[in-house]
Design a protein around this ligand. Sequence first.
Ligand code: CUA
Length: 310
Amino acid sequence: MPSSNALDPQSPLARAIYDLTIVSYIIFALIFVIVTGGIVYGILRFRGRAGELDPKQIAGNKKVELTWTIIPFLIVLLLFVLTIQAMNQGDPPPAPSADLVVTGHQFWWQADYPASGVTTANEIHIPSGKPLSVRLESADVLHEFWVPKLTRKESNVPGQHNHIWLQADKPGTYIGQCSEFCGTQHAWMRIVVVAEDPAQFEQWQQTQLRPAQAPTGGATAGGLELFRTSTCINCHAINGVPGANSRVAPDLTHVASRRQLGAGILENTPANMRSWLKSPQHVKPGALMPDFSFTDEQLDQLAGYLSTLQ
Ligand code: CUA
């Protein structure tokens, strides 16, 4: 399982934040050592001994007052300058048009690529080495998009457009998560970021743009029929299935090509797809997908059909 360790930056954007963190902690550690060292030294070296008079009082001493005002001021000034630099490196102004739009939903992520028209959910692909201008939106409540290894975090605010840059130095799989409490399943709002060679990324986009595979046999045809008649179609889109174009829930055109189900709660296997369809409320209580009480045969057909949607 790929990690989401913020202390392992994999892009210039994340590295700017990491470097600022490390420099800040070094400064804080030096301050801690000097201040506590001075206190301990003072306690040991200048402790009052029997028969000693009070030491000479130095209240209002200009030299001391200036020293302990100017030094902290310079430290804060240095941190301020370093922070401004990190903000400029980690958060440049947005591009005129977004490469990617990520919309938070309770409890999943929608991703749209305006230039190509690709729409997907909970798993985004990006070309490695290329910074993407990402617009963040929300369909319902506050969410927060955060892929710690790749970029800073930023809120998805209903009715507002926020912006981040997203980049990965090299191909790999990176995990992100919602980092603003958005309801019962906030913890299961993961996003998988797959960075790949630009050519591979282009191929992925072409595959995603294709309409869904048509059913190849009786059982999968039954699955498609169930999808159309069991109200799945009211929320989910499948490109190529007439009438299936709702954007309330994840687009299923290529659902079988994704690594995870339920925004990270299950690995995407045919067996897990079946468990999910059998009782989403058991797998992910509070998710907006209701239990449909499908029969075993219906579950086989529906899970079988969805598992063919590569
Ligand atoms: Cu979405 Cu927390």
